[in-house]
Design a protein around this ligand. Structure first.
Ligand code: RB5
Length: 158
């Protein structure tokens, strides 16, 4: 799989470990930065870069890491077509695929240990979307996304 990865300074150390882990597992890694834990780097830039790489088809999936995984997930989710999920362990990583068809996994470099993060990405990249009852819910998000530039998007409960 082609995997785009990006982090801010708070996620750099975990990103480095995961890049090595993913390459060791035979994946093609596209590292979009940052390249230091010492120099502050703004997470939105890297979340959007990873999201765009996936949405534009340059990568099959993405990994985003900041201090908590939260800020960078918010940024990645602004890119049309991206379903970025903050996960904390194997269970949430697998469910993000099974129920949500997430295409970007987000982790916290300051909140999740390296071994747990490695197990979580392994689960994320080896678990399929279940579709079924989850397909309609996933599609409702995509439909809103497609229509949101309209004056009155259908399917919006107000
Ligand atoms: C940077 O200090 C920190 O705010 C960032 O890594 C992230 O945790 C934001 O969500």
């Amino acid at each position: 799989m082609r995997i785009a990865v990006g982090s801010d300074h708070g996620g750099f150390a975990l990103k480095s470990a995961l890049v090595e882990h993913m390459e060791g597992a035979g994946h093609q890694v596209i590292d979009l930065g940052t390249d230091s834990s010492e120099v502050p780097a703004d997470y939105p830039l890297f979340g959007i870069a990873v999201g765009r790489a996936v949405a534009e088809g340059r990568a099959d999936r993405g990994i985003c890491i900041c201090g908590t995984g939260i800020g960078i997930s918010i940024a990645a989710n602004k890119v049309d077509g991206i379903r970025a999920a903050v996960v904390h362990d194997v269970t949430t990583a697998a469910l993000a695929r099974r129920h949500n068809d997430a295409n970007v996994i987000c982790l916290g470099g300051r909140t999740t240990g390296t071994a747990v993060a490695m197990d979580a990405v392994d689960a994320f990249f080896s678990t399929e979307f279940e579709a079924g009852r989850h397909q309609r819910r996933r599609d409702e998000i995509s439909e809103y996304e497609s229509a949101r530039h309209d004056a009155s998007p259908s399917g919006v409960v107000s």
